[in-house]
Design a binder for this molecule. Structure first.
Ligand code: HEM
Length: 438
C-alpha cells in the first residue's frame, strides 16, 4: 500500500458525520469480529464508526500494521497526555514509515538536521525552549495582526463574491492561504514564498505521517532540504538585520542571555512554519463545512455572531484537524488495564476521545451550544498543549464573522461527497464547494 497525503480521487464522504449532524443516526457499533474493529490507520474518509467500535470493544488495541497501541477512550488519552514522565513525546515527529535509502541520502547531503521545535522535545530541554518561545509568542504579537487578518479574509471573500457565479470553494478561496500569510508575517518570512511553504508542508505531512514507499519519498526529501535551509537562512537574516518578528525576537533573546542556540531557533521556525498554518487551514475549512451544511445552524450564527466561539469549540471537538498523536512508553506501564511494554509506541486517538459517550452527552450530535465542548482534546493536554491554539481560534473566529456577515445564505454543496487526505494524524478536507443565493 502506498498512500500519500495528497487527494487520491477516491470518493471520501463524511457520510456518518453529516447524518450525525442532525442528531438522527447513532454510530454503527456492530460488526464486532471485523479485523481491527474496522479501524484503518491512514483512512480519514469516515473513521468515526471504527472509533466507536474500538472504544466499546478494545479501547487499547495493539495494531501490528503500524506497531502502535491505539488508545481511544477519553480518560485513558488524557491520563497519558498528563503523565509525561512515563509517556514521552519523543516519537511525535518520527516518520511512521521508515525513511528509504535514497531519501536518507538526499537529506544527509542537503544538510538536513532539523529537529522538532518543541513537540518531540522532552524536559528539561522542552521546558527551557518552551519558556523562551512563549515569551516571544505573546497574545500581543498576534493580536496586533488582527486587522491584517480581517482585511485578508474580507478581501478573499469579496473576490469570491465578485466572480458572480454564486459558487465558491472554501479551501481554495479562503482557508488555504490566510493562515499561511499570518504565520509567514509573524515569523518574518517573505510572503512571496507562500507556495514554497505550502509545498514543503505537504511534504512534511507526507514524510512524517503518510504511508509513502521509498520511490515516492524522493521529491519530498528534496523539499524538506529546501524547507530546512530556508529556516536556517531566516535565523542568519535575523542576526544580520534584526526585525520586528518572532525569529528576530528569539535571536534578540539569545543575545540578551537566553539559553537557546541558532539550531534550536531554526527548529522552532521549522515547527511553526508547518504547525502554524496546516492545522488552521483545516479548522477554517471544517468550520465552514460543518456550520454551513445545516441552514438552521448557519442562520443562528448570522443572527447572533456571539455564538461563534462556542461553535468553533464544537467544530474542534466534532472534527479536529489532528485526530491522532503519538507518545512512547519510557518504562513498563498500563493504560486502561492493558500492559504496555517499555519502548512501545502509543497512538492517542483524540478524534475518538472527543466522541466518547462517557464524557460528551450524545457525542455524535453536532451541537454548537454544547456546554462542555471546550473539553475536547484536539489541542492535546499537559506540558505540550498547543502553543498556537489562541491564534488558530482567532483566525477562525475572524473567518466566520466575515463569512456570516457577507454570506448570510451560504450553503455547502453536497457535504457527503467531500474528500479527505489519507494520513495517520491529519484529517484534511480537500475541497469544500459552497453556494449562496438571496
Ligand atoms: C486548529 C489548529 C491547531 C490544532 C488542532 C493543533 C493541535 C496541536 C496538537 C495536538 C499538539 C500536540 C499537543 C500535545 O502533544 O499534547 C500541538 C502542539 C503544538 N502546536 Fe498546535 N495546533 C493548531 C494550531 C497551531 C498554531 C496556529 C500554531 C502556531 C502558530 C501551533 C503550534 C504548536 C506548537 C509549537 C506545538 C508544540 C507545543 C509543545 O510541544 O510544547 N499550533 N498542536
Amino acid at each position: 500500500m502506498s498512500l500519500s497525503t495528497q487527494g487520491t480521487g477516491c470518493p471520501f464522504g463524511f457520510g456518518a458525520e453529516s447524518s450525525m449532524a442532525t442528531g438522527t443516526a447513532p454510530a454503527d457499533v456492530s460488526s464486532p469480529d471485523r479485523a481491527h474493529h474496522g479501524y484503518e490507520p491512514f483512512q480519514m474518509k469516515d473513521p468515526f464508526p471504527a472509533y466507536a467500535r474500538l472504544r466499546a470493544e478494545e479501547p487499547v488495541m495493539y495494531d501490528e500494521r503500524i506497531d502502535y497501541y491505539v488508545v481511544t477512550r477519553y480518560d485513558d488519552i488524557k491520563a497519558v497526555f498528563e503523565d509525561w514522565e512515563t509517556f514521552s513525546s519523543e516519537n511525535a515527529q518520527a516518520p511512521v514509515r521508515k525513511r528509504g535509502p535514497q531519501a536518507t541520502q538526499i537529506m544527509n547531503e542537503g544538510g538536513f538536521t532539523a529537529y522538532s521545535g518543541l513537540s518531540a522535545r522532552i524536559p528539561p530541554e522542552h521546558t527551557r525552549i518552551r519558556g523562551i518561545v512563549q515569551k516571544a509568542f505573546t497574545p500581543r504579537r498576534y493580536k496586533a495582526l488582527e486587522p491584517f487578518i480581517r482585511a485578508n479574509v474580507a478581501q478573499r471573500l469579496d473576490a469570491m463574491l465578485a466572480r458572480d457565479t454564486g459558487h465558491g470553494e472554501i479551501v481554495r478561496d479562503l482557508a488555504y492561504e490566510v493562515p499561511t500569510i499570518t504565520i509567514l508575517t509573524l515569523i518574518g518570512e517573505d510572503l512571496a514564498r507562500i507556495d514554497d511553504y505550502k509545498r514543503w508542508s505537504d511534504s512534511r505531512a507526507a514524510m512524517t505521517w503518510g504511508d509513502l514507499g521509498d520511490e515516492e519519498q524522493i521529491p519530498h526529501a528534496h523539499n524538506l532540504v529546501d524547507y530546512w535551509q530556508a529556516c536556517l537562512a531566516l535565523v542568519e537574516k535575523a542576526h544580520r538585520e534584526g526585525g520586528d518578528n518572532l525569529v528576530a525576537d528569539l535571536v534578540k533573546a539569545q543575545q540578551d542571555g537566553a539559553e537557546i542556540s541558532d539550531h534550536e531557533i531554526a527548529s522552532v521556525a521549522y515547527s511553526l512554519l508547518f504547525a502554524g498554518h496546516e492545522t488552521t487551514t483545516t479548522l477554517i475549512s471544517n468550520a465552514l463545512r460543518l456550520l454551513a451544511a445545516d441552514p438552521a445552524t448557519w442562520a443562528k450564527l448570522v443572527e447572533d455572531p456571539k455564538r461563534i466561539p462556542g461553535a468553533i469549540d464544537e467544530v474542534l471537538r466534532y472534527s479536529g484537524s489532528i485526530v491522532a498523536w503519538r507518545r512512547k512508553a519510557l518504562k513498563d506501564a498500563e493504560i486502561g488495564g492493558v500492559k504496555i511494554p517499555a519502548g512501545a509506541g502509543i497512538l492517542l486517538v483524540m478524534g475518538s476521545a472527543n466522541r466518547d459517550e462517557s464524557k460528551f452527552e450524545e457525542p455524535e450530535v453536532f451541537d454548537i451550544a454544547r456546554p462542555n465542548a471546550r473539553e475536547h482534546l484536539s489541542f492535546g493536554f499537559g506540558i505540550h498543549y498547543c502553543l498556537g491554539n489562541m491564534l488558530a481560534k482567532l483566525q477562525t473566529k475572524i473567518a466566520l464573522e466575515e463569512a456570516t456577515s457577507k454570506l448570510p445564505h451560504l450553503r455547502v454543496d453536497d457535504p457527503e461527497s467531500i474528500e479527505f487526505r489519507e494520513n495517520l494524524s491529519f484529517r484534511v478536507p480537500i475541497a469544500v464547494p459552497v453556494s449562496w443565493t438571496e
